[in-house]
Design a protein around this ligand. Structure first.
Ligand code: NAD
Ligand code: MG
Length: 394
């Protein structure tokens, strides 16, 4: 029996994780659930999973939640609040696995704490890895943690890697990785129409149902840029060993190209419960609840190279990883600010890469070798990006 802590339980990945956990109550006990604000969903989850701990980051909502739990039929749930409490529950002795499914930089400290405590980290929160880079990978290695990728592409790659592969190791028999992308909702839209797209259009992904931030990232292809950086770190690869491939049907979730000419691909329906169940059952397998792939429904599979003029965010991510040091952290912070401004209708869709590029230009490349440095660069880059938003508005 393993204990699991789900960071970001109320989000798209959190909900899918609990769906998988509910199918395997003989193997997983839910120890802790966390959310930022959404106490209605969290309450329903507590009725089903009766965790020992709940964290509601927002203090007022935590008070309201504690009152609701006190009046409920379930006993013994400890309700904590504040960002520090995320680290407390991610490192509890009775927790074996931590699902890192908070969106954005807010997930870095608890995910890193889980790695430092030697937990099995199921990593969905790509922003945490992109901003902290080697620091995160070294914490995993030095503290005896296991790192299992949840991002569907990275999970697919992990499944196609040599037997007994461990995240962060270099695999000499692998020539390159083919990182697939659907191309999002605007893959074929005329370029002059992109400036007028609305947040609702941008979050309507053709194949996947996800949180709002990652849906916008998929539409700009910053998601693939962040994933390229994530793949370099997880699989110890150089950026030039990773080829982004647009595959609009999202049947293949990525491929590994070996030195002997073999290419292994992982396929399945676009359902995040598949990579989640893979990581939760690893090194075994169990039912995910996802429908089996009907190969006869897959009429054909297309593959094309990405157009960096249509998707400047992907170009910026490649520039950031090639620059190295703190540049991926700058890219990530500026992207979070720009996406938020777009979702709040402060800037246009096509302004997102403009804000990011201007922010990156304001920074020198230096090593992000300490947590303090990473956090300070993250905060400075957010300030610069906010100024860039203002200059766009004027
Ligand atoms: P979401 O917006 O649906 O959920 C985010 C979760 O994080 C919620 O539980 C929310 O309460 C919590 N949260 C938000 N801000 C917080 C803060 N400041 N402090 C503490 N908690 C906070 O997001 P999602 O789509 O589930 O994505 C989660 C992560 O997984 C992201 O990093 C995303 O890139 C990654 N991911 C998601 C998918 C997917 O299919 N949704 C696929 C691959 C990777
Ligand atoms: Mg992905």
């Amino acid at each position: 029996m393993k204990g699991i802590c789900v960071l970001g339980a109320t989000g798209s990945i959190g909900v899918s994780t609990l769906d998988v956990a509910a199918r395997h109550k003989d193997l997983y006990k839910v120890i802790a659930l966390t959310a930022n604000n959404n106490i209605d969903t969290l309450y329903e989850q507590c009725l089903v999973h009766t965790p020992e701990y709940v964290v509601v980051v927002d203090e007022n909502n935590a008070k309201l939640f504690a009152e609701r739990i006190a009046a409920s039929p379930i006993d013994g749930i400890k309700v904590l609040s504040g960002a520090d409490a995320l680290e407390t529950v991610a490192t509890l002795d009775q927790v074996d696995s931590v699902m890192a499914a908070i969106v954005g930089a807010a997930g870095l400290l608890p995910s890193l704490a889980a790695a430092k405590a030697g937990k099995t980290v199921l990593l969905a929160n790509k922003e945490a890895l992109v901003m902290s880079g080697d620091l995160f990978m070294h914490a995993v290695r030095d503290c005896g943690a296991h790192l299992l990728p949840i991002d569907s592409e990275h999970n697919a790659i992990f499944q196609c890697m040599p037997a007994h592969y461990v995240s962060g190791q270099s695999a000499k028999s692998v020539r390159r990785i083919l990182l697939t992308a659907s191309g999002g909702p605007f893959r074929t839209m005329p370029l002059d129409k992109l400036k007028d797209v609305t947040p609702e259009q941008a979050v309507a992904h053709p194949n996947w149902d996800m949180g709002r931030k990652i849906s916008v990232d998929s539409a700009t292809m910053m998601n693939k840029g962040l994933e390229l950086i994530e793949a370099c770190l997880l699989f110890n690869m150089k950026p030039e060993q990773i080829q982004v491939v647009i595959h609009p049907q999202s049947v293949i979730h990525s491929m590994v190209d070996y030195v002997d000419g073999t290419v292994l691909a992982q396929m399945g329906n676009p359902d995040m419960r598949i990579p989640i169940a893979h990581a939760m059952a690893w090194p075994e397998r169990f039912d995910s609840g996802a429908a089996p792939l009907n190969i006869f429904d897959v009429k054909h599979m297309d593959f094309e190279a990405p157009d960096l003029d249509r998707f400047p965010c992907l170009r910026l991510a490649i520039e950031a990883i090639n620059a190295g040091g703190v540049m991926p952290a700058v890219l990530n912070a500026a992207n979070e600010i720009a996406v938020d401004a777009f979702l709040n209708e402060q800037i246009r869709f096509t302004d997102i890469p403009v804000v990011i590029e201007k922010t990156m230009q304001a920074f020198e490349v230096s090593e992000g070798d300490t947590l303090e440095k990473v956090l300070s660069v993250d905060s400075q880059a957010r300030d610069v990006a906010r100024q860039n938003l203002l200059s766009l508005a004027n």
